[in-house]
Design a protein around this ligand. Structure first.
Ligand code: SF4
Length: 325
């Protein structure tokens, strides 16, 4: 038996921040040691919500790829590819659109939620309604068995399993029902204390320089109780401390936590420790990025496209036979 196949992807809508590392990329790097992984830059997915202003999608592809490579996604171990280069995905999507009930797509929670959240754009489109099916196709076309998912994606995966089941009932047991690999999504705060997000302009990026990290963290808000140096604080109410949890050792956190409660450490010194720890953490990524920047990374992507296309072609040929089309 060959290795199990992991499939995951990200939209090229901007650079990766440290929340992406904690919530996804860290896992991707580990999974590639044990499984055959397919990691896709899903530009058609970006188009489902960004179709009115799509010019940013293409330039983001190289940046996203560099982010992945810099954190240790290894193109020698994993297939790294661009979704829109695999035209077989569109045909399989079309075939599956024939058997996917509209009601299943309409009840996807993010369908309603995103329409409310993204009020500035018209999401009453066939493409937006169909994007969970497109996700299903992304997984099954490379015969994915395992999908790393956060809690917010569990519904999508369940839908994928239902759709696969329906296909298998009609045409014979061909596809495995993909299994979720539940990954906890840490709630990393941004530099303004809100959830870290590119759209809030509060993110710390994997590609940030040492100076940028310092510039971003120094003015961060802290626990509001610490108006003066000798006011004690509550670290649990401080976004700086929330970042320490991801980047500082247990020992440092204990020391900071005790000192903060007794006002034995100032916020400036506390932030200096965090700045150092984040920079130390990002340094190997920066080094690797420099090495990849000297190469033509789009060639690396093209090699991945070829591998993914080969698998996708095989799947599609077999599906055509099963569907008798
Ligand atoms: S000492 Fe550190 S944890 Fe305490 S309030 Fe200041 S920045 Fe936050």
């Amino acid at each position: 038996m060959g290795k199990k196949i992991v499939m995951s992807g990200m939209r090229p809508t901007g650079s990766c921040h440290i929340g992406h590392w904690e919530g996804a990329l860290k896992n991707w790097v580990e999974l590639q040691e044990k499984y055959q992984c397919y990691y896709s830059i899903v530009d058609w997915h970006a188009l489902t919500t960004e179709y009115q202003d799509s010019k940013y999608i293409k330039p983001n592809i190289r940046e996203l790829l560099l982010d992945w490579l810099s954190v240790g996604v290894n193109p020698e171990k994993s297939v790294v590819y661009l979704q829109s280069s695999i035209k077989e995905i569109t045909e399989l999507f079309l075939i599956f659109s024939m058997i996917t009930p509209l009601g299943w797509l309409e009840r996807v929670p993010t369908f309603k939620e995103q329409k409310i959240q993204l009020k500035d754009r018209d999401l009453n489109t066939f493409g937006f309604l169909g994007y969970p099916l497109l996700q299903t196709i992304d997984i099954i076309i490379v015969r994915g068995n395992i999908v790393p998912v956060g809690e917010d994606q569990v519904f999508h995966l369940e839908l994928a399993r239902e759709i696969v089941r329906k296909f298998n009932n009609f045409y014979g047991n061909y596809f495995d029902e993909p299994m979720g690999f539940l990954t906890p999504i840490p709630k990393l705060p941004g530099i303004d204390g809100r959830k870290m997000s590119k759209s809030y302009n509060n993110a710390i990026y994997i590609s940030d320089t040492t100076e940028t990290i310092e510039k971003k963290i120094k003015p961060m808000i802290t626990d509001t109780r610490r108006k003066r140096r000798n006011d004690p604080g509550v670290p649990e109410d401080c976004p700086v401390f929330a970042l320490h949890k991801s980047f500082s050792s247990k020992h440092e956190m204990k020391e900071i936590s005790d000192a903060c409660r007794k006002a034995a450490i100032g916020c400036i010194d506390c932030k200096k420790i965090l700045i150092k720890n984040i920079n130390d953490f990002l340094e190997p990524f920066r080094e690797r990025r420099k090495r990849y920047e000297k190469l033509n990374v789009m060639d690396i992507l093209e090699k991945g496209n070829e591998k993914a296309r080969e698998t996708a072609k095989r799947t599609l040929e077999e599906v055509r036979e099963l569907v008798k089309i």
